[in-house]
Design a protein around this ligand. Structure first.
Ligand code: AHR
Length: 520
């Protein structure tokens, strides 16, 4: 039944996708870390977004905003990457521990050239992760740091007993070490993290990672700074550097690092100075956005192909630790703060990304949206005392049950769902299916601006019933939430899903994202 999709001529009034899903055949597990987050010392992400300080009038726990924590807990945030980004490679962690009033300040040269007072440091970050119930993912400084500095940071955070750094941590008020599962070896080392060549970085990655030790049963999953976008040569250089005599990688345990990351951002234009407005866009920018968003599919496949050649058993993980839309900043805001609104268009980009990520679950072990609060494709925007949940937030919420679930690949057998015009051509329908604990979740995105769509999925191998369905849409893709209108774009109960024999039929409105629960 697996055949290549057939594409009918465009111009029809309805998008159509037909597929087959075997519910009794388990695909790879969807790592819960595909729903990961990223928080950098950038603009109002850490300060205002998470950290308001203990003296704030806003409800907080030890200086951390309660409303933002509650919103993120509600979507089961699995991990949080910190402190950057580009900031990570100029961050010296020792400046961010000890009594706050004694911490030295620094200039955040990447983001607005503002003075960073280091009031949010390692202890505050670890406390934030505890409140969120999220795994910490710390990005270490390769660009302007030393091997000893990074090694000491790992010891400070994760070692018990009478070691020098554990003593220092205790002096700073925290007796027990923390668990830190994820450790990044630099960030964008091809650019802001040192402008290195792949060969140069591969040597440094091995050296830095070697001295990031596993202390007291804390096993680090070390993530090397991989390529920008589709720089497959960088990936190949890194993979070669850990394969024995050019042969296959045999065990991740014996390697200095266990995964490599790449970054991909979606823009509406190729002009860095004019990336397009987050809210004031026409159909042309909507279409070019979707063309560019779909590139994530080619890029993931491209890196997977290279990694498969050196590591056919997929022992080395692929991580996309920065993804999302990147528009011009909101008028009147600091250009270095990367503050942008978030519309239904952003939510549809997220829906598409998650379907691609689910389909790549064998190799892709983690993905982190950039960034969690007030920066780029944020899931929460704070406006004074109000935490605004963006349309992208609702995609995370509606998709939450894919985390840790078993994927069931959708075999597309027929498709008439394509947008074609001068701005480019892209598939307008995408879907993914997973199961967990006696139920399945079907996610569906209709990117088409004008046409409704019908998705017909023949679900085989297990009995099933249609349960609750939820729809995220609005009258126009520019719709967004603000402190004055918190639910201009909000999930609503959906009656567009039904069973016809063994086929799940879902009727999607234009520019919409939907989920359908199935009981098994
Ligand atoms: O997320 C904003 C920036 O984008 C990050 O600091 C950097 O890693 C990337 O270029």
């Amino acid at each position: 039944m697996t055949t290549a999709p057939t594409t009918a001529p465009t111009g029809t009034t309805h998008g159509v996708l037909e597929g087959v899903v075997d519910l009794d055949v388990a695909g790879p597990t969807i790592s819960r870390h595909l729903y990961g987050h990223f928080a950098e010392h950038l603009g109002r992400c850490i300060y205002e977004g998470f950290w308001v300080g203990e003296d704030s009038d806003l409800p907080n726990t030890e200086g951390i905003r309660d409303d933002v924590v509650a919103a993120l807990k509600a979507i089961d945030i699995p991990n949080l990457r910190w402190p950057g980004g580009c900031f990570a490679d100029e961050y010296h962690w020792m400046n961010g521990v000890g009594p706050r009033e004694e911490r030295p300040s620094m200039v955040n040269t990447h983001w607005g050239d503002v003075v960073e007072d280091n009031s949010f440091g390692s202890h505050e970050f670890m406390r934030l992760c505890e409140l969120l119930g999220a795994d910490p993912y710390v990005s270490g400084n390769v660009g302007s740091g030393t091997v000893a500095e990074m090694s000491d940071w790992v010891e400070y955070l994760t070692r018990s007993g009478d070691a020098p750094m554990s003593r220092l941590r205790r002096e700073h008020g925290h007796d027990e070490p923390w668990k830190v599962p994820f450790w990044g070896i630099g960030n964008e080392s091809w650019g802001c993290g040192g402008n290195m060549t792949a060969e140069q970085y591969a040597l440094l990655a091995a050296q830095f990672a070697t001295y990031c030790r596993n202390h007291d049963g804390n096993e680090l999953y070390r993530i090397a700074a991989g390529p920008n976008r589709d720089d497959y040569a960088w990936t190949e250089t890194l993979m070669k550097s850990i394969s024995t005599l050019g042969g296959p990688v045999t065990s991740r345990k014996h390697n200095s690092w266990q995964a490599l990351s790449f970054h991909y951002y979606t823009h509406a234009t190729d002009d860095w100075e004019h990336k397009g407005s987050a809210t004031e866009f026409g159909d042309d920018h909507y279409h070019s956005t979707m063309v560019n968003a779909w590139r994530i599919d080619d890029i993931v496949r491209g890196h997977v192909r290279v990694m498969d050649a050196y590591d056919p058993e997929a022992t080395i993980g692929l991580v996309c630790d920065e993804w999302g839309t990147w528009w011009d900043v909101e008028p009147g805001t600091n250009p270095g703060f990367l503050f942008q609104q978030n519309t239904l268009r952003d939510a549809l980009v997220a829906g598409l990304h998650f379907d691609v990520f689910h389909a790549s679950a064998r190799r892709l072990v983690m993905a982190n949206i950039a960034q969690t609060v007030n920066v780029l494709q944020a899931v929460v925007l704070t406006d004074g005392p109000t935490a605004v949940l963006t349309p992208t937030y609702h995609v995370f919420a509606m998709n939450a049950r894919h985390q840790g679930a078993t994927s069931h690949p959708v075999q597309v057998v027929a498709e008439d769902a394509r947008h074609e015009d001068g701005t480019g051509s892209y598939r307008t329908l995408t879907t993914s299916v997973s199961s967990r604990d006696g139920s399945a979740l079907v996610s569906l995105t209709n990117l088409d601006l004008q046409r409704p769509a019908t998705v017909r999925l023949a679900l085989r191998g297990r009995d099933w019933q249609v349960g609750a369905a939820t729809l995220l849409t609005a009258d126009r893709p520019q719709a967004h939430n603000t402190a004055e209108d918190l639910s201009a774009v909000a999930p609503a109960p959906f009656d567009g899903a039904r069973r016809e024999g063994d086929v799940l039929v879902v009727e999607l409105p234009p520019h919409s994202f939907a989920t359908v629960d199935l009981s098994l």
